[in-house]
Design a protein around this ligand. Sequence first.
Ligand code: PEP
Ligand code: MN
Length: 350
Amino acid sequence: MLVVMKAQATTEQIQAVCEHIEQMGFRAHPLPGAQRTAIGITGNQGEVERGDLEDMPGVAEVIRVSKAYKLASRDVKQEDTVIGFAASEATIGGPNLAVIAGPCSIESREQAFAIAEQAAQAGARFFRGGAFKPRTSPYAFQGLGLEALEIMAEIRAALGLVIVTEAIDTESLAQVAEWADVVQIGARNMQNFSLLKQAGRQPKPVLIKRGLSATLDEFLMAAEYVMSEGNYRVILCERGIRTFADHTRNTLDLSIVPAIKRLSHLPILVDPSHGTGKRDSVLPMSRAAIACGADGILVEVHNQPEKALSDGPQSLYPEQFARMMNELEQIAPIVGRTLPRGVRREAAAR
Ligand code: PEP
Ligand code: MN
């Protein structure tokens, strides 16, 4: 159920409706929009008795949300969600495109700084590096853990970049939530419901990558898990799915972008690195991602990809990344977007 408040409803009226919902034993999720605030109701098994709610001051209407995902749905919030960050002008969602770049894994302080500096130079505002790596083989490099989080915090302080990194379990989630700006939940964990709920109970935005065989509904339900716990700052990321096609590592399903845009107010990014597994395919698929309406790109960049401890073959050289930024900047206006580049000096100094 959804309570739609009148455009002129006061904060007190919104508060009173939320309290009433909580007294009924449900959870209230106020989601302010440009025109009006809508309050999602969760925790109900069946229909909520709407009588009293409809009569409360400031309430315009009470409507049933028929979809399984409610808080993630455009029924609840019509405007695109724009996620902002303290101490940065960077945003995810809305007219400005977001580009998140960095190595698959943080391998050393030198490696991370060298790549971050080149990414920032090319105009990236977000830096992503793996500290905890979900690897297919237990014998493969598993990440530097806390040391990598500390290196990325140094990069934020030195370059003003917003830090994105993955949590693979409840233990690493607590650390990532403390050190990073965005918590990434990887494809393999997209249906780890206890991890999603924990991500919903911490304050940092959560970037959810699509599971290897997840349908659109399952993808949005993963977002719903996070939002149902009160964290509404969720970012989706298409990263390729498993199909019979074997010319690429995964099949990048760009057709999910307009489908998600139609159904949800949440931002959706595209990861052409894991989506193709091939360096040469990354730029063409990035162009296509922006052309089809994605809110930005998550891309792997490495200064020495031939020596990378993970995902070298799909990592762009820094020069290729700079070219990608130039091209995306030109494509953006054709689809009504802009690609803001760089970090202001004051932000970097903080
Ligand atoms: C990654 O982003 O480095 C990663 C492991 O991605 P995914 O979860 O999409 O495989
Ligand atoms: Mn990777």
